[in-house]
Design a protein around this ligand. Structure first.
Ligand code: DC
Length: 220
């Protein structure tokens, strides 16, 4: 398998920026698996599916046609041919995504799609279960963390345009999402035994990218 870099960690740990930066630095593709779960959630909401009803979600999980673009400079995500890059970032989707992602039928479908995209490698893949489930043979696995306060501040900055997204609201919503993502039965957020943990609380983005690039180069 050519290079696969698995980047797992909770929301706000800086995974997306770091993963894109690593992909650019090494000339690799980039896959945002969180965007896929968000797109599936957007699709369920669009079709009036009650996201808290796991059976209803499972019954329709095969219908959404999701297409991910893997250019780190211009990652894209389409659902049924519609560009959903922006709507998948709304609070409505963010607060519903954990309920949809815990449904086993959704995860099976996403993992199969992700493995197809990963193919023979040459890619940085970010998510929650990449090193543990999606690509357990990935030669480089990173588990990125940061203190809860730093993660909430980063999220609030991302959502600065949203008047409801104060740091305290974001922090509470994020803590709830992390709890749901870490305690669900089907492939919860977890650090793979062989993952390198990087705490980004005190690191700049460039320092995180450098640390991952160094790990990747050590593989060769
Ligand atoms: O990385 P993100 O915040 O955009 O991810 C959105 C949600 O998708 C997250 O709350 C949990 C889910 N997710 C998952 O269950 N497994 C992944 N590999 C990636 C994301």
């Amino acid at each position: 398998m050519s290079l696969v870099i698995a980047m797992d960690g909770p929301s706000g740990s800086g995974k997306s920026s770091a993963s894109k930066g690593v992909a650019r630095a090494l000339g690799l593709r980039y896959l945002d698996t969180g965007a896929m779960y968000r797109a599936m959630t957007w699709w369920m909401l669009r079709h009036g599916v009650d996201v808290e009803d796991g059976e209803a979600v499972a019954a329709r999980a095969a219908e959404a046609v999701l297409v991910s673009g893997t250019d780190p400079d211009r990652p894209t995500i389409q659902a049924d041919g519609e560009d959903v890059s922006e709507p998948i970032r709304t609070r409505e989707v963010t607060n519903a995504v954990s309920a949809v992602s815990r449904v086993p039928a959704v995860r099976e479908r996403m993992v199969a799609l992700q493995r197809e995209i990963i193919g023979t490698g040459g890619i940085v893949v970010e998510g929650r279960d990449i090193g543990t489930v999606v690509a357990p043979d990935a030669p480089v696995k990173v588990y990125l963390t940061a203190s809860e306060a730093v993660r909430a501040a980063r999220r609030a900055k991302d959502l600065a345009a949203d008047p409801g997204a104060s740091v305290s609201v974001t922090q509470a919503e994020q803590a709830r999402r992390d709890r749901l993502d870490s305690t669900r039965k089907a492939s919860p957020l977890a650090k793979a035994a062989d993952a390198h943990e990087i705490d980004s609380t005190e690191l700049s983005l460039d320092e995180v990218i450098e640390a991952v690039v160094r790990l990747a180069k050590e593989q060769n």
